[in-house]
Design a protein around this ligand. Structure first.
Ligand SMILES: [Zn+2]
Length: 469
């Protein structure tokens, strides 16, 4: 897992694809409230891989496997999952934390895939399909505020208000559309979700359990407390219909594969350790708990709170138990890198890259360690690794930031400017991106690949409603 150095002042977080700068894109007061809790998106190879493994069979059953649909984990502790366009399923980390079994979160993902497959957001899909994740996030931050502030009553008014929303502008339309599906669309998504689960030999019990919990919670919670409930109205009849449907599946009683449950438990432990308060983590995973997830959570918390030596001892214990788990080496490398020991971080990160089949986010961390040594002998290797990483992971600014430093060290200022421009662009800082790209253009020969890439940034148009600077 990666970590963004700049965010370290308060607490360490899982890496951000987009730093808080996405907030600069649009003037949304709600966005400001996000500033002190870190970046809006969480990046982590282990968690993303797990969610990809959860969704892949579902997407295949839905006929969407060719569409390269991305799962984006949002830095929000409340339960939520939704689709905003045809390319991404957004999941709050809180939804993962509140799902005790893989089947529970898979059920929610199946329901969301039902919305995707049903084309329930077709209009939005057209508008957003080409947008970068961070641009959508910026709009969603606005959407969240509207959900929290403006919604009252229980009308299914999302798409019904599309006319008024169009007048208010695309951002407003996105907000309104995101906060509520029509009742019929919900029922269709339930049915489609159960169909996908049955087609893949999985139970819909987790989906039913999760939705039933929301219905029960809504009887006690203040109206409007839960974003998922707001965007997915769950009247009792709907949940009853879902139960009947789910129980009719031959897989109703089927349990999750134990290996998958273990991975689920590990990811929840990791998210807890990175995202929750230290005392909360120790309450969930007390010293008396010797399970692997508990040890994982405590090792992470120990490194985050400054005791590098003790953390390394704990991580080495984990590596002894699972010597081919890439994420333990990644954690060791990350702890060393964060602890100001980039040279020592290189070996475990190389191992993590190898064991993870060259996961690009881990390659970026290795590149960061190589650059961080200030040893010129590593410059060419760092450039090669980082270039390979940014080619496959196109939305993480960290790769470009490190690439810019490596090129700068080499004296290749054209490539350094271009990489810095790409990093700024991915952070949503279009003004800086344009300035750096313009400078890069003067350093490249006209028409060369670097010049063309720089020119693409100079002429890039912001999304409708987005600030041009
Ligand atoms: Zn729904």
């Amino acid at each position: 897992m990666l970590l963004r150095m700049a965010l370290r002042k308060k607490t360490s977080k899982l890496t951000a694809v987009t730093a808080a700068v996405a907030l600069a894109i649009a003037p949304m007061s709600s966005a400001l409230a996000q500033e002190n809790k870190g970046p809006p998106v969480i990046r982590d190879t282990e968690a993303e891989q797990l969610l990809r493994d959860y969704t892949r069979p579902i997407l295949r059953a839905a006929g969407l496997e060719k569409q390269n649909i991305q799962i984006v984990i949002l830095n929000e502790s409340v339960f939520n999952a939704f689709v905003a366009d045809g390319r991404r399923i957004f999941v709050n980390y809180g939804a993962i934390m509140q799902s005790e079994t893989p089947n529970q979160i898979i059920g929610v993902l199946a329901h969301e895939t039902g919305h995707l497959a049903g084309g329930h957001l077709a209009k939005l899909r057209e508008q957003l399909a080409r947008a970068q994740t961070q641009m959508i996030i910026a709009m969603l931050l606005g959407a969240g505020a509207m959900v929290a502030g403006a919604r009252s009553g229980n009308g299914n008014n999302g798409l019904a208000n599309a006319g008024a929303a169009a007048v208010a502008g695309p951002q407003e339309m996105i907000r309104r559309t995101l906060i509520s599906y029509q009742r019929q669309q919900e029922e269709n998504a339930d049915r489609a979700g159960v169909k996908f689960l049955t087609a893949t030999g999985q139970s819909a019990r987790g989906m039913y359990e999760t939705f039933k919990r929301f219905t029960e919670d809504s009887l006690f919670a203040a109206r409007g407390a839960d974003p998922y409930l707001q965007s997915h109205p769950m009247p009792a009849e709907r949940v009853a219909a879902l139960e009947e449907l789910a129980r009719s599946s031959p897989y109703w009683d089927k349990k999750d594969d134990p290996a998958l449950q273990s991975r689920h438990d590990m990811v929840r432990a990791k998210i807890s350790a990175f995202m929750e308060r230290q005392d909360t983590v120790y309450r969930r995973y007390p010293l008396s708990n010797e399970s692997l997830p508990a040890r994982y959570a405590r090792a992470i918390v120990t490194y985050l709170h400054g005791d590098l030596h003790s953390a390394l001892v704990q991580i080495d214990g984990l590596i002894q138990l699972q010597p081919t788990n890439p994420y333990f080496y990644e954690l060791r490398g990350q702890a060393l890198l964060e602890g100001g020991k980039p040279a020592e971080a290189i070996a475990p990160l190389r191992k993590a890259v190898q064991l993870s089949n060259n996961a690009p986010l881990i390659e970026m961390l290795l590149g960061q360690a190589l650059v961080g040594t200030n040893n010129k002998a590593y410059t060419e290797e760092a450039i090669a690794i980082l270039r390979a990483a940014v080619a496959r992971e196109t939305e993480a600014p960290l790769g470009y930031t490190q690439l810019a430093m490596a090129y700068g060290r080499k004296g290749d200022f054209a490539q350094a400017d271009l990489a810095s421009a790409q990093a700024a662009f991915l952070r949503g800082d279009n003004k800086t991106a344009r300035e750096l790209a313009s400078r890069a253009k003067t350093r490249f020969a006209v028409g060369t690949p670097g010049w063309v890439k720089a020119d693409d940034i100079v002429v890039a148009k912001p999304l409708p409603g987005q600030n041009s600077n």
